[in-house]
Design a protein around this ligand. Sequence first.
Ligand SMILES: [Zn+2]
Length: 439
Amino acid sequence: MEDNYNEENNYNENEYNEENNYDNQKKGFWGEKIDQKKEELKRKAVIKVLTILGPIGILIVLILLPILFVAALLGAGDMAQDILGYNGSYNGVSSDSYWWPIGSNETETAGGKLFASGDPALKIENISSPFSASRTLGGVTKPHYGIDIAGLGQVGVFNVIASKDGVVYAVNKSCSDQGGLSNNCGGQLGNYVIIKHSDGSYTKYGHMASGSVTVSQNETVKQGQVIGKVGNSGRSTGAHLHFQLEIGGLGSSYAVDPMTYFENGNYRPIGGASSSIIEMLHSWEGSGPQDDNYYYVYDDGYGTLTVGYGVTLKNHASRFETRGVDVSRLSDGSPVSKAIVDDIEAEILTEMRNGIVQMLDNNDIDLLDYQIDALLMRRYNVGNVNSFPQNYKLYGDTQELYDNYMKNPVKSNGKYSTGLVRRREAEWNLFHNGIYQLN
Ligand SMILES: [Zn+2]
């Protein structure tokens, strides 16, 4: 165990050097030191209050206890709701967001469903027609309510995947592969699938290949699940997928540009971390001073200027610069727009999560969403999860994994820390039980 911990520490140092964006993670970004300082401040505050108030204080405490108890119950209720509201999804990021609708050519089965959620075989550069208010096609000018992703002239080859968890709202499987400008089969969409999502949004997938649609009406589908293949059915002049996203209701008046949700190089959504893990991390780490619009720069107690939920200025200077903030002009107490800091935090989270997903892919390890979140939580606090694959291959999701890997490290600067023990337990509780435990 001690070896494991030491090895982990060595990895930290290496990784910090390799990934200089994330250097100094422990100290700055959601670090243990802030914890210690906070605990110390809390202790001092409690002693002060008890000294001043004495017996009156005890009376007040007796009155307050039932109120606090009720508040705690309400808090627990919120958390339970959060856990229940979390759908989880296959091998990747939050099911809160939309995925690029083309999957990899390689598929695998999980839970009786076929998935192709790896690196997509058709990408953003394959968009042949964007979302548009007025597109002219065959002499007819009208809005294009979705994006067309070209199928490289191939019918029935590329996997179309569910962009998000949902239920199949409507399906048409009746069209041939003979598209054309005057082909109105399937209301021009050819072989299509419409999926209704739990947030009231809809995704539509059109012109799929004859015989390729694998789902039926009212069937539950998971994000990344193969629902058909790119084809040339309906009003279509070549193999392509028409992908349409409607937010707030069903119908083209609700259509939005799907490209708001995708970015090149990351076909899983922008902002990769689920709201559940962000809430958990924020709860565990706490933030510096803030009001409605601003976070205020603070010293983490060790001379490191930090903002929001532990985003260190120096380590992320280039991210701030990209967003027009020169960190050299900031000092203790300077306001920084919440939108900017939150955006930077999301970017860091996404990069870290993508790194973890890549590592798992490289090791042929399939994990559930919340298990990846648990590794993300650990990644923040420990600095890396490089020893995870070898340990997972040895022990799987068992108590042995906890005993031999997940429960370490518990020392900070060589000193045993109950705070770190609690963090390791929280990470395990999430990994093993799927519980997003708030601090
Ligand atoms: Zn289209």
